[in-house]
Design a protein around this ligand. Structure first.
Ligand code: RB5
Length: 146
């Protein structure tokens, strides 16, 4: 599994925690920044990361900003991306099982690192259930083709 990781200035500390988790778990990942002291614009990180997941270069992506919202809105503009804003473990599991989410977004100003690490572990290790959920995802893909 290859994972791409990014944040804006609002998510730098949480991104570091998640990078540590990925390293400790021997997961192959690329951290594309930001290397920012000053404020940056979240679409400048979300969209390139999402494009690299959509192209197949990475299997999954993890995006962090202050709230997770800007990252989610931006990433979901890229065709083929299902970026889920998640701040609890139940949703982390459900969004893999039901939505086959290929990106997760979180807000450093919303949750602490302990919860974020549990969310990411759950999300990375939960499989899509397909079945009736596949139809629903296909409807999103069909809309993207219009
Ligand atoms: C930056 O101040 C903040 O707006 C950003 O990190 C994010 O929360 C946007 O959705």
């Amino acid at each position: 599994m290859r994972v791409i990781l990014a944040s804006d200035h609002g998510g730098v500390n949480l991104r570091q925690e998640i990078a540590n988790l990925l390293k400790e778990s021997n997961i192959d990942f690329e951290d594309i920044g930001c290397d920012c002291e000053d404020s940056v614009d979240y679409p400048d990180y979300a969209i390139p990361a999402a494009e690299r997941v959509a192209s197949g270069e990475f299997d999954k992506g993890i995006l962090i900003c202050g709230t997770g919202i800007g990252m989610s809105i931006s990433a979901n503009k890229v065709k083929g991306i299902r970026a889920a804003l998640v701040h609890d473990v139940f949703s982390a599991k459900a969004t893999r099982e039901h939505n086959n989410s290929n990106m997760i977004t979180m807000g450093e100003r919303v949750i602490g690192p302990g919860l974020a690490v549990e969310i990411v572990k759950t999300w990375l290790h939960t499989e899509f259930q397909a079945g009736r959920h596949e139809n629903r995802i296909n409807k999103i893909s069909e809309y993207e083709e219009k």
